[in-house]
Design a protein around this ligand. Structure first.
Ligand code: SAH
Length: 221
């Protein structure tokens, strides 16, 4: 707690001006949700990465977080969060691919309950610690294979996947509540698109939210 507070107050890379520049850029790129923009301004992204990279934390780019994984680009986090909140009716969100926990922290005050699944223990441990230090308590974490979802707390009103799958995982569709929304990058490296699937009257309707680039959703945990 003490440590995080000290870091949040740090100057330079965390300055209001640097963050304002990022918000301006996101608005120019079409992000409209004031809730999402406010969260991106507030969440200290530099605390979610190695100190060596922290000076680049408010650039609109994905950056490495170790274990061959990346922290998502702020624009992508904003786009996914906005699409989710515009379409989600209800309290329970399942997130697959916690990573460093940045997207989780952005969404935490905007959704009542978040259930977040990650397969790499080291990343999950650090994410859990970071969210505690930011006083975020409405997130439950699980170390597991995200292809399985998390049936125990389902069905979910929203499911957000932060890694790309070759096809839409059947178990995630099964854990989607009626009227629920699933947002997931689909397709092979270099040809992924962000899919949004809505469950309506027992059927699934899919639309594309554009091209994206994510690390793969690893099979078999
Ligand atoms: N949401 C993060 C970015 C996550 S990167 C952010 O805000 O920056 C994608 C994450 O998905 C990685 O941490 C990776 O380990 C995880 N992942 C990949 N395959 C998975 C699987 N099958 N189950 C659970 N997590 C998985």
């Amino acid at each position: 707690m003490m440590q995080a507070d000290a870091a949040v107050r740090g100057i330079g890379m965390t300055s209001a001006r640097t963050r304002d520049r990022l918000i301006k850029r996101l608005i120019e790129q079409g992000i409209r949700s004031t809730d999402v923009l406010e969260q991106i301004r507030n969440v200290p992204r530099h605390l979610f990465m190695d100190e060596a990279l922290a000076s680049r934390a408010y650039e609109d780019t994905a950056l490495p977080i170790g274990m061959s994984q990346t922290i998502s680009q702020p624009y992508v986090v904003a786009r996914m969060s906005e699409a989710l909140l515009d379409n989600m009716e209800g309290d329970r969100l399942l997130e697959i691919g916690t990573g460093c926990g940045y997207q989780t922290a952005v969404l935490a005050p905007l959704v009542k309950e978040i259930y977040s699944v990650e397969r790499i223990p080291e990343l999950l441990r650090k994410a859990r610690k970071r969210l505690r230090s930011l006083d975020i308590y409405n997130v439950r974490f699980r170390l597991d294979d995200g292809w399985q979802g998390w049936p125990k707390y389902g069905p979910y009103h929203g499911i957000l996947v932060a890694a790309a799958a070759p096809e839409i995982p059947e178990k995630l569709l099964q854990q989607l509540a009626p009227g629920g929304v699933l947002i997931i990058p689909v397709g092979p490296s270099g040809q992924q698109e962000l899919a949004m699937i809505r469950s309506k009257n027992g059927r699934f309707k899919q639309v594309s939210l554009g091209c994206v680039s994510f690390v793969p959703l690893v099979k078999g945990g």
